[in-house]
Structures are given as C-alpha cells and as structure tokens.
Write a protein that binds this ligand. Sequence first.
Ligand SMILES: [Ca+2]
Length: 91
Amino acid sequence: MTRTFRGALAALALAAPLLTMTPAEAAAPVFRSCDALTAKWPNGVAKGPAAAAKAVRDGYSRPATTKLAVQVYWQNDGMLDRDKDGTACEN
Ligand SMILES: [Ca+2]
C-alpha cells in the first residue's frame, strides 16, 4: 500500500511540470529588462484586456494583449511587473 502510494507520488511529481506548462507558454520569450521587452512591445504587455484598460485609466499607453503578448506577460511577470498591476513595462 505505502509502496504504491510512493509510486503514485513519484509519477505525479514527474507529470506536474507537463500539466502546468503548455508548449505555447514554453515558447514565450523571457526578457531580462523592460528595455528589451519594449523594443518589441513599446507600450508593454498586459495579462488581459481588463489589465490593459486599467493601464490606460492610470495614464499609460495601451499595452499589447495579443495571445503572444499575454504569454510574454505571464512568462515575465515576476521580473517585469514589479507593481503587480497586470501590465509589464507599462509606459
Ligand atoms: Ca506594472
């Protein structure tokens, strides 16, 4: 019983990264700085339309919300969305 449980846990641990990362997310580029990100998306990237609207209300230019831009947001949010308002590299 215990042995089976450990085996199940090990299998789950191996499968977990596959469940949380889709190939599309894995392909979203990582940017080391906002200078690098805004070279491609001058107004930054938002996690979705609501976050983009908030950025505009806050006085920024509208950030990108294309599918790739949203993936880039989630790929880089820890580093580049320091105020955690849903837009990385707003300006
Ligand atoms: Ca932000």
